[in-house]
Design a protein around this ligand. Structure first.
Ligand SMILES: Cc1cc2nc3c(=O)[nH]c(=O)nc-3n(C[C@H](O)[C@H](O)[C@H](O)COP(=O)(O)OP(=O)(O)OC[C@H]3O[C@@H](n4cnc5c(N)ncnc54)[C@H](O)[C@@H]3O)c2cc1C
Length: 334
């Protein structure tokens, strides 16, 4: 195993790229906030890192309108913050490539093989998985059109935009019922729309919602269509799941909490996760596979925000440096 300086840092002693071969110190999968922050720290730490991103850098920031809870920016549009993060990471030598990763396998010698849809294979002794997750969409007409203009998948992020308004939460699990309760600190009225006649949420969460005078539950209803105008969402078209009766509900916001799928299926070996598939790490962001680190939305944690994603990524990048140093000195089994 050899360790080389980052070729982007203009280090006069660094070997030219064509002498380096294909091996990296670390492969970062995903260029959302966590991936870009990890790349920035790895660059500053003189590691030879590559970031593999299936789309354009930004992750969920690209689906977010206004962000008002990222320190240093009173208000910034998601795509603008994404651009700033990518530029910042590149300043420190981030090598961001458009590649869709299909598998991550750790060989017996401790080297990871990361394969992509183009047939490329990237290798390194450490991987930081920052592939995020995907909120489950309802898949109804108008949902995509009004996303960011009334339709949201994140109460902490967007709740404050609905002060004094009437909104709906769709879902019946813990996330939906808990977030409905949370949203009443902003909204005047919150309808919970649930397709069954009972919640899956835990009893204590349900009781908090039932005792909240701002919440009204519409049992046995599902959303057929989201309707709006140039300003954004104005109403939901509903169907009663038992009688089939149709109705309209006037709301300016609709928060969809019908599931969230962490993008962890790329790892082809057993990896410790919780029942919902979120990766369990220690406080260095190390997963149960030596050399595989996880940061951001795909990790088990209390909340999922940009700040938590970049915090995780900072820890992961620094932990990778220490892991590589220990590996070089033969102090790790990997
Ligand atoms: C609608 C919405 C609004 C939000 N608003 C806010 C807000 O106002 N404030 C706030 O703090 N947080 C907000 N959040 C949450 C915040 O966006 C996330 O917590 C944050 O983006 C997580 O960063 P991440 O890097 O872990 O994951 P992501 O942002 O999800 O990035 C993951 C990246 O990995 C890539 N990827 C996935 N699979 C692969 C693969 N196989 N190969 C290559 N690349 C892959 C994806 O394309 C993506 O770019 C919002 C989220 C949503 C959905």
């Amino acid at each position: 195993m050899f360790y080389i300086r980052n070729p982007m840092t203009k280090d006069p002693f660094a070997p030219p790229p064509d002498e380096i071969g294909t091996e990296f110190d670390v492969i970062i999968i995903g260029a959302g906030p966590a991936g870009m922050c990890a790349a920035m720290y790895c660059g500053r730490g003189m590691l030879r890192a590559v970031v593999l991103e299936r789309g354009i850098p930004g992750g969920e920031l690209l689906n977010t309108e206004k962000i008002e809870d990222y320190p240093g920016f009173l208000s910034i549009l998601g795509p603008d913050l994404a651009e700033k993060m990518a530029e910042h990471a590149r300043q420190f030598g981030a090598d961001i490539r458009m590649e869709d990763v299909v598998s991550v396998v750790r060989r017996d010698d401790g080297i990871f093989e990361v394969a992509t849809t183009t047939g490329a294979m990237f290798t390194a002794p450490a991987v930081i998985l920052t592939a995020g997750g995907t909120p489950t969409r309802l898949g109804v007409s108008g949902e995509a059109e009004y996303a960011g203009r009334g339709v949201s998948y994140c109460a902490v992020c967007d709740g404050a935009f609905f002060k004094g308004e009437t909104i709906a939460v769709i879902g019946g699990g813990d996330a939906a019922v808990e977030e409905a309760d949370y949203l009443t600190r902003y909204a005047e009225k919150v309808y919970i729309i649930h397709r069954r006649d009972e919640f899956r949420a835990s009893r204590v969460v349900q009781e908090r919602a039932f005792f909240n005078p701002k919440i009204e539950v519409l049992w046995n209803h599902r959303v057929l269509e989201m309707v709006g105008d140039v300003k954004g969402l104005t109403r939901l078209n509903l169907e009663h799941t038992v009688t089939g009766a149709k109705s309209d509900l006037a709301v300016t916001g609709a928060f969809v909490f019908v599931g969230f799928m962490p993008n962890t299926g790329l790892v082809k070996q057993h990896i410790v996760h919780d029942p919902a598939g979120y990766l369990i790490t220690n406080d260095r962001m190390e997963t149960s596979i030596p050399g595989l680190f996880a940061a951001g939305d795909l990790r088990v944690q209390l909340t999922r925000q940009i700040t938590t994603a970049v915090g995780d990524a900072t820890t992961a990048a620094i932990a990778v440096e220490k892991f590589l140093t220990a590996r070089k000195s033969g102090a790790t089994s990997g």
